[in-house]
Design a binder for this molecule. Structure first.
Ligand code: APR
Length: 249
């Protein structure tokens, strides 16, 4: 399986890497739709932007989950590091991730080569005036008892930049992601079910222009039928070998 992936990507110099929650499960962060996925415990319909804006109780619950998250201390794994090595070796047009865990950045991936399409849990902004207070400042205010800290500049609602259902994707991230897809000569999907849009349109745009798609994923995705090569397995084992063989090719 991995041989087919290597031959599909050998010689490609502008690979777009598209990652989902499956690249972070070996760092201890559950995915959404796998056997122990988050959406098996919680209802995604509860995580809407409108509910966050309208319901102070939901905001307090969200801040509690954020600042008490067991995943706060998660570290990148060998798959994240393999993506960084491919970027450093000049083989990628970039990495577009759906993940909000910040682990690609923590694995040393150049910000120039990273698009966090669904935002990140590590940044906070005011949904009214756009102010971006430091994460630590808001965490300290929460620790000292402000259950739903508001914007110091305009008293507006503060929120992590995680994109909730019903919320538009960030314009700058979307623009950068489409730009990478337009320039890509191949796409490598890692750990995504490819079932959420508009994010999934990014890798599909590369395929629609006649370029190969390699999917490294445990189990099926919604677009396996369009892949040049499918590697059904664990990202933390497959990506390092794939990166080694591509960098040497
Ligand atoms: N190696 C390879 N694949 C894995 C691993 C692993 N270690 N662990 C899990 N997987 C696979 C799962 O089997 C699943 O097919 O990764 C895929 C993850 O799919 P999802 O859980 O649907 O996650 P993702 O595709 O990132 O979801 C997209 O949905 O809920 C929204 O905004 C949320 O960004 C998320 C979006």
């Amino acid at each position: 399986m991995i041989d087919q992936a290597v031959s599909a990507l050998a010689g490609k110099k502008r690979i777009l890497v598209f990652t989902g929650a499956g690249i972070s499960t070996e760092s201890g962060i559950p995915d959404f739709r796998g056997p122990q996925g988050i959406w098996k415990q919680f209802d995604p319909a509860d995580y809407t932007y409108d509910r966050y804006v309208d319901d102070p109780g939901f905001r307090e619950e969200s801040w509690g989950k954020r600042f008490r998250s067991p995943y706060l201390g998660a570290s990148p794994n060998d798959a994240h590091r393999a993506v960084t090595r491919l970027w450093d070796a000049g083989r990628l047009v970039g990495c577009v991730t759906q993940n909000v865990d910040g682990l690609h950045a923590a694995a040393g991936l150049d910000p120039e080569g990273l698009v966090e399409l669904h935002g990140t849990a590590n940044q906070i902004h005011c949904i009214s005036c756009g102010d971006r207070p430091e994460f630590d400042e808001i965490e300290q205010r929460w620790e000292s008892g402000e259950a739903d800290p508001s914007c110091r500049r305009c008293e507006g609602i503060l929120k992590t930049t995680i994109v909730y259902f019903g919320e538009d994707l960030p314009v700058d991230a979307t623009t950068r992601a489409w730009n990478m897809a337009q320039r890509a000569d191949a796409v490598l999907v890692v750990g995504s079910s490819l079932c959420v849009y508009p994010a999934a349109f990014v890798p599909l745009d590369v395929v629609d222009r006649g370029n190969p798609m390699v999917i490294v994923n445990r189990g099926k995705t919604d677009h396996d039928f369009r892949a040049t090569a499918l590697v059904d397995g664990t990202a933390g084992e497959i990506l390092p070998e794939l990166a080694d063989r591509l960098i040497d090719s």
